[in-house]
Design a protein around this ligand. Structure first.
Ligand code: DQA
Length: 138
């Protein structure tokens, strides 16, 4: 199985950014851990702060990979383009968020991804990504 984790804007700062909300582990450290834990699966990783690059990546993996784990970060709440890309591709997308966006500001309550996601996992810290990987394991 080949999965890809796609992270959107500011998630390159994980570990440094608002650690009270997002934790103090960097994504690189976390990725090493999960690659070991789920060694039977190929897990790729892509991060961009640029909306169009996220769309390009979704298009390029979205007809061949087995699963996409997408944390579009702030673009979740703003991007019709990323929402349309998720709708356009064949590979199932599981939407994840580190924080529980529903316990935060109102503008984080709407997602352009959710209507076309296979499912949504949020609020479990970095464990949200692990739960998403496990959803693809059956
Ligand atoms: C986030 C939640 C978003 O509202 C926010 O803009 C992020 C991260 C999360 O993983 O909790 O950058 O997607």
């Amino acid at each position: 199985k080949t999965l890809i984790i796609i992270n959107g804007p500011n998630l390159n700062l994980l570990g440094k950014r608002e650690p009270n909300i997002y934790g103090s582990l960097s994504f690189t450290e976390f990725l090493q851990e999960i690659k070991q834990k789920y060694s039977e699966i190929k897990i790729e990783y892509f991060q961009s702060n640029i909306e169009g690059e996220l769309i390009d990546k979704l298009q390029s993996v979205g007809f061949s990979y087995d699963g996409i784990i997408l944390n579009a970060a702030a673009y979740t709440h703003t991007s019709v383009g990323i929402g349309d890309a998720v709708k356009a591709i064949k590979t199932p997308v599981v939407e994840v968020h580190i924080s529980n966006t529903f316990s935060r500001e109102e503008f984080r309550h709407h997602s352009y991804i959710s209507p076309n996601a296979k499912g949504v996992i949020l609020g479990f810290g970095l464990q949200s990504y692990e739960l998403a990987i496990e959803s693809f394991m059956k």
